[in-house]
Design a protein around this ligand. Structure first.
Ligand code: UD1
Length: 430
């Protein structure tokens, strides 16, 4: 298992290219279960999570081949298989996104319940509610969601939960609705760009979805979907992470392959903090500031401030000139990075669903542990600006969602080394 050793203090400068969106690529790959023929996806990032889903699809009779560059070819070979087992699903929650397409195309799905994770409980009640509305019989047996339906019938589905809409839930319902008989209405649908990208892909395959990018989706069912070539949107969270890197190191980074309108809430907060953001056609230039101003942030479903950028902003605001408050309205327990940032000299207190961040003059390098994907990004950002050396263990979390992250940072002037963490292997092998 690898660790990162970061020598802090470099001001990052130059240009970096953002990879394709992980959270768009995952449901789009799952949607290939619905297609007849060879799908070619472009701009698919090379990430651990993508490999896991490729393996799950392989066991479901779907051939997934990597092509040169970031292309991928996907084709259904055998559509008799319906089981996604625990070993793989437990490695990545988003594997639940095979449930909708399996049910719609193969009339049966048995997918292991993903379980909780360090960022919270993460139920799938809305997925089950939505799929049941199509007339499917859904039960939970021995840790598996078992769904069966000879035919899916259109429905009116409200997808609001305690914490707002659901991204993967909307994806699952949408992938079932496209083959359901009649017109389905999905209310309070998630309108994240990744959901819109999936809907765009499905429409290119022949689906009839209206209201893309809004909270109300109208889906007229069709009999079949064809395979197409499709390019995945750039990863807005990777782009946002580089924006914070420019801000926290007082650097000057041009982020290429970046759709600025997917990051409106993030850019708005960066500007309030005092950071300069120059939006261009397919890129964004971000220039840091000598004085980081404190701000208040609440995470919300899109177009609100993304929960996936909360940890990175904790790192940035820990160096602000004053007190900031970040309230987490999507995953109230998503604050595992706070204790680690405090080990680096930050002064952050968790108060219920909020982090109260009292800005400090500097962070100092320390040994810290990455607990989850975005928390690890936050620790890398803190390590970039900390005085001295930071060692981050369990960086496999970051490899789940950021392609060649240390190479990209090092090209901008960072000093990050990936090293084999022998201690961790011994501990984890016990
Ligand atoms: C997706 C993203 C993740 C991001 C999150 C919120 C993927 C692969 N992952 O996760 O990076 O942090 O959106 O933007 O796209 N909920 C329920 N019942 C359900 C489903 C969800 O109560 O059936 C709750 C969740 O616990 C959470 C909130 O709704 O509090 C939002 O979750 P959801 O949008 O479903 O997150 P994911 O799709 O799992």
């Amino acid at each position: 298992m690898d660790k990162f050793v970061i020598a802090g203090g470099a001001r990052l400068k130059g240009a970096v290219r953002v990879s394709g969106s992980k959270n768009a690529a995952l449901p789009i790959m799952a949607a290939c279960i619905l297609a007849q023929g060879k799908t070619v996806l472009k701009n698919v990032p090379r990430l651990f999570d993508i490999e896991i889903l490729s393996e799950i699809l392989g066991k479901l009779g779907v051939s997934v081949k990597r092509l040169p560059n970031s292309d991928m070819e996907i084709q259904v070979i055998d559509d008799s298989k319906c089981v996604a087992d625990y070993d793989l699903v437990s490695k990545m929650r988003a594997s639940i996104c095979v449930l909708g397409p399996l049910l719609a195309k193969r009339h049966e799905a048995k997918v292991s319940l993903p379980g909780g994770c360090v960022i919270g409980v993460r139920p799938i009640d809305l997925h089950i509610k939505g799929l049941s509305a199509f007339g499917a019989n859904i039960t939970v047996e021995h840790g598996y969601v078992v769904a069966r339906a000879k035919k899916l019938k259109s429905a009116e589905i409200y997808l609001g939960g305690m914490f707002g809409s659901t991204v993967t839930g909307t994806a699952n319902i949408l992938m079932a609705a496209v083959l359901a008989e009649g017109t389905t209405i999905i209310e309070n649908a998630a309108c994240e760009p990744e959901v819109a990208d999936l809907a765009g892909f499905l429409n290119k395959m022949g689906a009839k979805i209206k209201g893309i990018g809004t909270h109300k989706l109208l889906v007229k069912g069709v009999r079949r979907l064809k395979a197409v070539t499709y390019s995945i949107i750039p990863d807005r969270i990777e782009a946002g992470t580089f924006m914070v890197a420019a801000a926290v190191t007082n650097g000057n980074i041009t982020i290429e392959n970046c759709i600025a309108e997917h990051l409106t809430a993030v850019i708005d907060k960066l500007r309030e903090i005092g950071v300069t953001v120059n939006k261009k056609k397919n890129s964004c230039q971000v220039i840091g500031t000598d004085r980081i101003k404190p701000v208040y942030i609440s995470t919300l479903p899109y177009p609100g401030f993304p929960t996936d950028m909360q940890a990175q902003f904790c790192s940035l605001l820990s160096l602000a000139d004053g007190i900031s408050v970040i309230t987490e309205r999507v995953y109230p327990d998503r604050f595992m990075h706070v204790a680690e940032l405090n080990r680096m000299g930050a002064n952050i207190k968790k108060e219920g669903e909020s982090a109260v961040i009292v800005g400090v003059k500097k962070l100092s390098g320390a040994q810290v542990i990455a607990s989850d994907l975005r928390a690890s990004a936050a620790l890398v950002l803190a390590g970039l600006v900390a005085e001295g050396q930071t060692e981050i263990t369990r960086v496999y979390h970051i490899d789940r969602g950021y392609e060649k992250i240390e190479e990209k940072f090092n090209k901008l002037g960072a000093r990050i080394q990936r090293k084999l963490d022998k201690k961790l292997i011994v501990v984890e092998e016990k």
